[in-house]
Design a protein around this ligand. Structure first.
Ligand code: ZN
Length: 128
Protein backbone atom coordinates (compact mmCIF):
# COMPACT_ATOMS: atom_id res chain seq x y z
CA UNK A 1 0.00 0.00 0.00
CA UNK A 2 1.51 3.33 -0.94
CA UNK A 3 1.29 6.39 1.25
CA UNK A 4 -1.23 8.12 -1.01
CA UNK A 5 -3.65 5.24 -0.48
CA UNK A 6 -3.38 5.58 3.31
CA UNK A 7 -3.97 9.32 3.15
CA UNK A 8 -6.83 9.15 0.66
CA UNK A 9 -8.63 6.03 1.87
CA UNK A 10 -7.86 5.20 5.49
CA UNK A 11 -7.47 8.47 7.33
CA UNK A 12 -10.55 9.65 9.19
CA UNK A 13 -12.19 12.88 8.12
CA UNK A 14 -10.52 15.88 9.78
CA UNK A 15 -13.75 17.57 10.84
CA UNK A 16 -15.04 14.30 12.33
CA UNK A 17 -11.89 14.13 14.48
CA UNK A 18 -12.41 17.67 15.71
CA UNK A 19 -16.13 17.06 16.33
CA UNK A 20 -15.21 14.04 18.47
CA UNK A 21 -12.51 15.97 20.31
CA UNK A 22 -14.85 18.93 20.98
CA UNK A 23 -17.60 16.63 22.18
CA UNK A 24 -15.26 14.87 24.64
CA UNK A 25 -13.36 17.96 25.70
CA UNK A 26 -16.03 20.64 25.84
CA UNK A 27 -19.63 19.62 25.24
CA UNK A 28 -19.77 16.57 27.51
CA UNK A 29 -18.35 18.80 30.24
CA UNK A 30 -20.84 21.63 29.92
CA UNK A 31 -19.33 23.65 27.07
CA UNK A 32 -16.15 25.50 26.23
CA UNK A 33 -14.38 26.85 29.30
CA UNK A 34 -11.36 29.15 29.40
CA UNK A 35 -8.24 27.10 30.15
CA UNK A 36 -6.83 29.93 32.26
CA UNK A 37 -9.73 31.37 34.29
CA UNK A 38 -12.50 28.74 33.69
CA UNK A 39 -14.92 31.39 32.42
CA UNK A 40 -17.56 30.23 29.97
CA UNK A 41 -17.78 33.67 28.45
CA UNK A 42 -15.96 32.56 25.30
CA UNK A 43 -15.91 33.94 21.80
CA UNK A 44 -15.33 31.53 18.89
CA UNK A 45 -12.57 33.15 16.93
CA UNK A 46 -11.85 31.30 13.63
CA UNK A 47 -9.67 28.26 13.06
CA UNK A 48 -5.97 27.40 13.18
CA UNK A 49 -4.23 26.41 9.94
CA UNK A 50 -4.67 22.76 11.00
CA UNK A 51 -8.42 23.09 11.57
CA UNK A 52 -8.67 23.52 15.37
CA UNK A 53 -11.33 25.98 16.49
CA UNK A 54 -9.81 29.06 18.12
CA UNK A 55 -11.36 30.73 21.16
CA UNK A 56 -10.90 34.01 22.95
CA UNK A 57 -11.88 34.35 26.59
CA UNK A 58 -13.93 37.50 27.07
CA UNK A 59 -13.07 37.57 30.81
CA UNK A 60 -9.27 37.31 30.85
CA UNK A 61 -8.59 38.02 27.16
CA UNK A 62 -6.46 34.92 26.59
CA UNK A 63 -6.57 32.76 23.46
CA UNK A 64 -6.65 28.97 23.18
CA UNK A 65 -7.87 26.35 20.74
CA UNK A 66 -9.30 22.81 20.66
CA UNK A 67 -5.80 21.31 20.96
CA UNK A 68 -4.28 23.60 23.60
CA UNK A 69 -3.07 21.54 26.56
CA UNK A 70 -3.83 18.16 24.92
CA UNK A 71 -1.46 15.46 23.66
CA UNK A 72 -2.33 16.65 20.15
CA UNK A 73 -0.81 20.09 20.66
CA UNK A 74 2.54 21.04 19.11
CA UNK A 75 2.88 18.20 16.62
CA UNK A 76 3.59 18.45 12.92
CA UNK A 77 0.87 15.82 12.37
CA UNK A 78 -2.65 16.64 11.33
CA UNK A 79 -5.35 15.56 13.78
CA UNK A 80 -6.58 12.77 11.50
CA UNK A 81 -3.03 11.37 11.30
CA UNK A 82 -2.74 11.31 15.10
CA UNK A 83 -6.15 9.62 15.43
CA UNK A 84 -5.03 7.03 12.87
CA UNK A 85 -1.75 6.38 14.73
CA UNK A 86 -3.59 5.97 18.04
CA UNK A 87 -6.11 3.58 16.51
CA UNK A 88 -3.33 1.45 15.02
CA UNK A 89 -1.39 1.46 18.29
CA UNK A 90 -4.43 0.31 20.24
CA UNK A 91 -4.76 -2.69 17.96
CA UNK A 92 -1.09 -3.59 18.46
CA UNK A 93 -1.35 -3.16 22.20
CA UNK A 94 -4.35 -5.48 22.25
CA UNK A 95 -2.39 -8.10 20.27
CA UNK A 96 0.56 -7.92 22.67
CA UNK A 97 -1.79 -8.34 25.65
CA UNK A 98 -3.62 -11.28 24.07
CA UNK A 99 -0.34 -13.07 23.31
CA UNK A 100 1.36 -12.10 26.55
CA UNK A 101 4.25 -10.60 24.56
CA UNK A 102 5.87 -7.24 25.10
CA UNK A 103 4.66 -4.36 22.98
CA UNK A 104 8.06 -3.57 21.38
CA UNK A 105 8.46 -7.14 20.09
CA UNK A 106 5.00 -7.06 18.50
CA UNK A 107 5.74 -3.66 16.98
CA UNK A 108 9.11 -4.84 15.58
CA UNK A 109 7.50 -7.88 13.99
CA UNK A 110 4.73 -5.76 12.47
CA UNK A 111 7.21 -3.22 11.08
CA UNK A 112 9.29 -6.00 9.50
CA UNK A 113 6.17 -7.55 8.02
CA UNK A 114 4.95 -4.22 6.65
CA UNK A 115 8.36 -3.62 5.05
CA UNK A 116 8.15 -7.02 3.39
CA UNK A 117 4.59 -6.38 2.15
CA UNK A 118 5.53 -2.96 0.85
CA UNK A 119 8.40 -4.44 -1.13
CA UNK A 120 6.14 -7.06 -2.68
CA UNK A 121 3.40 -4.51 -3.41
CA UNK A 122 5.86 -2.13 -5.06
CA UNK A 123 7.16 -4.92 -7.28
CA UNK A 124 3.65 -6.03 -8.25
CA UNK A 125 2.10 -2.61 -8.69
CA UNK A 126 4.94 -0.63 -10.16
CA UNK A 127 7.10 -3.42 -11.54
CA UNK A 128 10.20 -2.06 -9.80
ZN1 ZN B 1 -10.18 33.36 30.72
Amino acid sequence: MDKDAVKEVFLPNREDCFKFLRKKRWYEKGGVKCLYCLSQNIHHNGYTTKGARKYKCLECGKYFNDLTGTIFENHRFFIEEMFYIIKEMETNLQISEELGRDYDSVLNFIMGFIDCLLNIARRLLWRE
